[in-house]
Design a protein around this ligand. Structure first.
Ligand SMILES: [Zn+2]
Length: 221
């Protein structure tokens, strides 16, 4: 906490006039480029690895970067807070992109791999069920990179599972089909400080470099 409190003071001492103007303009409203679902893990720092500024990303962070799917009526079958953020970002802020960002060494994925039935924390156990399909896929031998640890393989599968959950919402799927919305799957490798992006065309995650980024930029509409 000491570091955080000192950080508050340092921010005030360091802030430039240019940054003050930027924040004053941001107070008038937000128009983020994307909605991102990322893990609560303290080592995942989307603003740093995506070089974004305040105002660029509308972010939901939770344990395991997950979104509960919806039922036939379009209502979330789990915690509605993610679904609420989805509705607000897509319908009010009109973001054109949604990103699910998973990461390596995710404690949530390790817990899913180890098995939830012995987990003592009831809320956590219930929440992590949102990642159950990723474990099922892993158990049937599906993987994007067999050289990764089991929980990292599950983590990569989980990101795609959450993309499916988001697409279960009819208004989301309609927007995707009409080309007004795109859902991307990112995976952050903490040790390498590198993001991989899932490519439908390649059927796997592509570790980013300038060429890979140019490939994804060219595919933007
Ligand atoms: Zn995590």
């Amino acid at each position: 906490m000491r570091k955080l409190l000192n950080g508050l003071a340092e921010f005030q001492e360091r802030i430039t006039q240019e940054e003050r103007i930027k924040f004053a303009n941001l107070a008038l409203g937000q128009k983020p480029d994307a909605l991102m679902f990322a893990c609560s893990d303290s080592r995942v720092a989307p603003n740093i690895f995506a070089s974004t500024d305040p105002g660029d990303l509308f972010v939901v962070r939770n344990v395991g970067n997950m979104v509960s799917p919806c039922d036939e009526s379009g209502f979330s079958v789990g915690d509605v807070s993610e679904a609420a953020a989805l509705e607000f970002a897509v319908n009010n802020l009109q973001v054109k992109d949604i990103i699910i960002c998973g990461h390596s060494e995710c404690g949530a994925m390790a817990a899913i791999y180890e098995g939830l039935k012995d987990m003592l924390h009831p809320n956590l156990r219930d929440w992590l069920k949102n990642g159950a399909e990723a474990l099922d896929k892993f158990k049937t031998g599906i993987t994007f990179n067999a050289s990764l640890s089991p929980s990292n393989q599950i983590s990569q599968l989980n990101v795609l599972t959450q993309v499916d959950h988001i697409r279960s919402y009819p208004y989301i799927e309609r927007k995707i089909q009409s080309g007004k919305l795109q859902v991307s799957a990112w995976w952050f490798d903490i040790a390498k400080a590198k993001v991989s992006i899932y490519s439908e065309e390649h059927g796997r995650y592509l570790e980013i470099d300038r060429d890979v980024i140019n490939y994804f930029i060219e595919k933007l509409t």
